[in-house]
Design a protein around this ligand. Structure first.
Ligand code: SF4
Length: 261
């Protein structure tokens, strides 16, 4: 919980500082033509009008995001807009974070944590067949010769990597499981399977871009573990996946119901 507070404070702080920086830059752009004696008299008014309108839009955007972060829910009618706003503000926020020596990965983690809180607070639920577990290929141990990218069910369940356990969990809850080797394939899988909710396992970078790409489709992100470095023999806490499924899957699938009898 303390971690969540820290994530929220970091994202909130960066959002406010980024807003102030954008405001300052806008003011400078507006002010320079005014003090220049060479420009026509209509130019400052025109630039001022454009900057003023943009400034109001930025302020409104920051207000919408602040509300979502502070109250862990969206202002009425702004859920779709939130994804666009985060996508717009994220690059300058990362640049501001860099100025303060904050790693991009930390900003991404704070965004994923806030996104997860919003998904949890929205009380999203979906029937098992409309829930999709989306996994990165790097969970497969590199010595495995089975090709699972086209069909994850090719896995022989030897248990040397997390794939076997994830497939078993997916089957128990009756949800679909797929492997995405990149954003393009992930989008294709989403179009084909038409999930109502995605439970995605990935690194900070891929989860951040995936959550933004899929918006307004709710994505609950679970970070993978990388004891051998990025993109190589990664792991995932199966307990986190199971707990998320307990929260999001509407009704027990027959298999699961039988298992709990
Ligand atoms: S569980 Fe075994 S068969 Fe399945 S992907 Fe991992 S190593 Fe390959």
């Amino acid at each position: 919980m303390a971690e969540r507070g820290e994530d929220k404070r970091l994202f909130l702080g960066l959002l406010l500082v980024t807003g102030a920086c954008l405001g300052g830059a806008g003011l400078a752009v507006w002010w320079v033509p005014r003090v220049s004696s060479r420009v026509d008299s209509w130019l400052p008014a025109l630039v001022g009008g454009v900057i003023g309108a943009l400034g109001l839009l930025v302020l409104a955007g920051i207000g919408i995001l602040l509300f979502a972060i502070l109250f862990e829910r969206d202002l009425p009618g702004t859920r779709r807009l939130r994804g666009v706003l985060v996508r717009g503000f994220f690059p300058p926020m990362v640049a501001v974070a860099r100025l303060f020596g904050i790693a991009k990965e930390r900003v991404e983690r704070s965004y994923i944590a806030i996104n997860n809180q919003l998904v949890l607070r929205s009380r999203w639920k979906a029937p098992p067949e409309r829930v999709l577990i989306l996994l990165p290929h790097c969970l497969q141990v590199n010595t495995c010769e089975v090709r699972i990218t086209g069909d994850v069910h090719n896995c022989r369940g030897c248990g040397q990597c997390a794939i076997a356990g994830l497939l078993e969990t997916g089957e128990r809850y009756g949800v679909n499981v797929s492997i995405a080797t990149g954003g393009t394939l992930a989008r294709k899988i989403i179009v084909e399977q038409r999930p109502q909710l995605i439970l995605a396992v990935a690194c900070e970078r891929d989860l951040t871009s995936g959550i933004q790409d899929a918006h307004p489709l709710p994505v609950y992100g679970i970070l993978n573990e990388r004891p051998e470095g990025p993109c190589f023999n990664t792991r995932v806490d199966l307990g986190k996946v199971q707990r998320a499924l307990e929260r999001f899957v509407v009704a027990p699938a027959p298999e699961r119901a039988r298992a709990t009898l």
